[in-house]
Write a protein that binds this ligand. Structure first.
Ligand code: 9WN
Length: 427
């Protein structure tokens, strides 16, 4: 399995970074690269650092790390929306490389720290020292300009920023985004040429994705006054968990490079406390996104609501209730799992076992939860989840996602983070 995973990463390597998949995603994606660096560190440590360096070299002047860094010469007609659609060159502070204007969950500091721990050489320390101020600037952007709610959490302006694009969590906040299908017909989706349309977001979803980029691009990706003008503003539990994990990782990185870890520890504690205060619902025992346009929590019970378990300083009460939710029939976490962990509540009427983030199993969600279970000393459950991850890949290969009942491989067949995170759990 290790050989298969390394071959998958080798096959997706492209000069100075890894593409998530040769067919569907022929550019560099932000959170994919972080997960991929974690796996590369176990087998190709030089590439792990190169991966992170390439991504962070495309950081904007305001600190944002773009969710896509476009390859200058991708296969023709390969991905929509491409660089022309994002038009980043006209935005103030954009880098020389063509990028998107939005972000993805900030799992990069954690990736850098884990890569360093695997190969704690002098070379790795130099790389870590190069990354440190850039990772700090990324946090500053997310907790500064993106703190639309004013409480210290990062606010997302597009479902693509969550990484779980069409999660049922985004249905209510998206419902009020004007969707003009005529706009979408002016573009051609490429994803449905590579993957079954029944497994992808719908055309209506895409109409709204396009409308949201149009709105953000019209303001040249500026964040001033978002509260009064942007049609999609949410605080996401997974994204903000990553934000907190990043401060924990930055505290460790600061120690390694001779900087002061204190401020990172303080910020980490503040993020966890705010997450509990703003996104925890005692009625479900889990976390939910907050829609800043209505002020309300989104009721859907998705895997997003379990991920705060990855925070080492999550209070015992939240640890207990999130575990109860994860072990309930909705998600089926167990020391011996009879089915893979789904991305959405499998008892919900809108659970769709084939459609992308609306039911299928994903290794990155498993991995985040697996880390949380180990952090909170639930080694029995961690072993069960790890066994489920290994079995998925052993049976179906390094697929992008998996059928949550049968474990059949879905989406792209040679997917970067599946290979990478498998390498991490095997190491
Ligand atoms: C839009 C690359 C990315 C992942 C996301 C996943 C998917 C893109 C798409 O692919 O999103 O960013 O075109 O569907 O949802 O998590 O980073 O693998």
């Amino acid at each position: 399995m290790r050989r298969l995973a390394v071959a998958t990463l080798d096959g997706n390597w492209e000069h100075d970074h890894t593409v998530p998949s040769r067919t569907l995603y022929p550019h560099q994606w932000s959170w994919d690269s972080a997960f991929i660096a974690i796996g590369l560190a176990t087998a190709r440590p030089d590439r792990a650092w190169r991966e992170l360096r390439t991504l962070l070299a495309a950081q904007w002047a305001d600190g944002r790390v773009p969710h896509i860094v476009f390859n200058p010469a991708p296969p023709i007609g390969s991905y929509f929306p491409g660089p022309g659609f994002w038009d980043s060159a006209r935005a103030p502070g954009a880098p020389a490389a063509a990028t998107s204007g939005i972000v993805q969950p900030p799992v990069h500091a954690l990736a850098a720290w884990l890569a360093y721990r695997r190969t704690p050489s002098e070379r790795s320390r130099t790389e870590l020292a190069w990354l440190y101020p850039r990772l700090v600037a990324q946090q500053r952007y997310l907790t500064g300009r993106r703190d639309v709610g004013g409480a210290g959490l990062a606010c997302l302006v597009h479902p693509w920023e969550s990484g779980l694009d069409n999660s049922p969590a985004w249905d209510p906040p998206l419902a009020t985004v004007p969707a003009d299908e005529a706009v979408l017909r002016a573009y051609r989706r490429h994803d449905t040429a590579h993957a079954d349309a029944a497994q992808r977001p719908t055309d209506l979803d895409y109409a709204r994705y396009v409308a949201l980029v149009d709105a953000y691009r019209a303001g040249r990706y500026g964040d001033d006054g978002l509260a009064g003008r942007h049609p999609f503003l949410v605080e996401c539990p997974l994204f903000n968990t990553a934000l907190g994990l990043a401060e924990h990782a930055l505290a460790a990185i600061a120690r390694a490079v001779g900087a002061d870890p204190g401020p990172h520890r303080e910020r980490a504690a503040r993020i966890t406390a705010t997450l509990v205060d703003r996104l925890y619902d005692p009625a479900t025992g889990a976390f939910h996104p907050r829609d800043l346009r209505t002020g309300r929590l989104v009721p859907a019970r998705t895997a997003l609501g379990l991920v705060p378990l990855a925070l080492p300083d999550l209070p015992p009460r939240q640890v207990a209730t999130v575990l109860a939710e994860a072990c309930s029939p909705r998600f089926g976490l167990a020391a011996r799992m009879d089915r893979p962990l789904p991305s959405h509540d499998r008892t919900a009427p809108d659970f769709e076992p084939l459609r992308y983030w609306r039911g299928p199993s994903w290794l990155n969600l498993d991995w985040l939860l697996w880390r949380g279970l180990r952090t909170h000393h639930r080694l029995d459950l961690a072993a069960g989840l790890r066994a489920s991850m290994v079995e998925l890949v052993a049976t179906a290969g390094c697929h992008e996602y998996f059928h949550p009942d049968t474990g059949a491989g879905l989406g792209s067949p040679a997917f970067g983070w599946t290979a990478a995170l498998l390498l991490d759990v095997l190491a």
